[in-house]
Design a protein around this ligand. Structure first.
Ligand code: SF4
Length: 345
């Protein structure tokens, strides 16, 4: 009789290609010596995710086995939890954080708890990218008690209309705008201010003004903004859509950095007739210092023990030849390019 092995969570997890390279589970070196010190894991199920977000590679409608589908832009291979643990122990010196992305399935809450508890011997900080549609506030508390230190929510779309169109009723999906924001509020309450994060994707059709308003809302709640530049996922409903324009992303990276750092507010920004950012509400010298530092244009993600971003997601939202989120400090040439992009409307 043939034995069928279930390669599902919690016994199995998918892992970003970049994390697999970091752990030596996939060959390759990162372009320009980029480093990743966060191991990004994703729960995996034979039936996939119950959501059907238009931009995601895990959509129900897409053909292919779920654990072979890519989650975002690059391959997410599956490995056993035992193998992942063994590899993480071997490479412990390079690891500053582990992130578990849930998917929308009822069993995901308990499975995430099991995975977090299994990570304990490693002694590394843990983030959970939560699935608000299936997660109750009490379960968020359980995630914290199990050992997670940061809880994040991928609201992704900046407006209720875009959220509904790409994640909710527009794609017959189960996700609801209000529920996602409520979950972010719960995360701040449970994990504490500065220990909750919110993913937002620039380029889904919102104006820069709408995205800046969403950034301010997240910051006002006491959470951290993690910006992503939209890049079309092959096989998704939005596969034909153009990637987010560089200029739009750069202006929003700068605005988000200035808002999150307390240098400006949404009310201090000025916008043109199409909602494009015209002024950041800081004086020219201050803006120049921020731009020259390169910091606003680096990947925004959860930190390691040194306070630096551990979740650098190298080339996760754009190809190495047209970097959107820099996984390292941009050099002089990069800054010159960024300056041109900021002015490109
Ligand atoms: S920023 Fe990175 S580590 Fe933090 S929740 Fe998002 S994917 Fe996970």
């Amino acid at each position: 009789m043939k034995t069928i092995i279930k390669t599902e969570s919690p016994g199995y997890l998918q892992m970003s290609l970049a994390a697999a390279m970091t752990l030596g589970l996939r060959p390759g070196i990162f372009y320009r010596g980029a480093k990743l010190s966060c191991i990004n894991l994703l729960l995996t199920y034979g039936k996939g995710c119950a959501g059907s977000c238009a931009y995601c590679g895990l959509q129900r409608q897409r053909s292919g086995e779920f654990n072979r589908k890519s989650f975002i832009r690059v391959e997410w291979p599956a490995f056993s939890l035992a193998e992942i643990m063994a590899r993480m122990k071997k490479h412990a010196a390079q690891i500053e954080r582990v992130c578990i992305s849930m998917v929308t399935r009822k069993s995901a809450a308990n499975d995430t708890l099991l995975v977090i508890r299994s990570l304990e011997p490693l002694g590394k900080p843990v983030s959970v990218l939560m699935a608000p549609t299936i997660l109750k506030r009490e379960q968020i508390r359980q995630l914290k008690e199990a050992g997670a230190g940061i809880g994040s929510v991928a609201i992704d779309a900046a407006t209720p209309g875009l959220f509904s169109r790409f994640r909710g009723q527009g794609v017959k999906g189960p996700h609801r705008w209000d529920r996602y924001w409520q979950c972010l509020g719960d995360a701040v309450e449970v994990f504490g201010a500065g220990k909750a994060g919110c993913h937002l994707i620039v380029g889904l059709g919102e104006t820069e003004e709408e995205m800046a308003a969403a950034v301010q809302r997240v910051v006002d709640m006491g959470a951290n903004v993690h910006l992503f530049s939209f890049y079309p996922e092959e096989g998704s409903v939005l596969e034909e859509r153009s990637p987010c324009a560089a200029g739009r992303f750069r202006r929003l990276q700068l605005a988000a950095y200035l808002i999150q750092s307390g240098f400006t507010t949404f009310a201090g920004l000025s916008f043109g007739t199409s909602g494009e950012i015209l002024d950041f509400g800081v004086d020219a010298a201050e803006a120049a210092i921020a731009i020259q530092s390169g910091a606003p244009f680096m990947t925004s993600g959860c930190p390691g023990s040194d306070g630096q971003v551990a979740c650098t997601r190298p080339y996760g939202d754009g190809p190495p030849g047209d970097i959107r989120s820099y996984p390292f400090t941009p050099n002089m040439e990069d800054i010159a390019k960024i300056k041109m992009e900021i002015g490109d409307k």
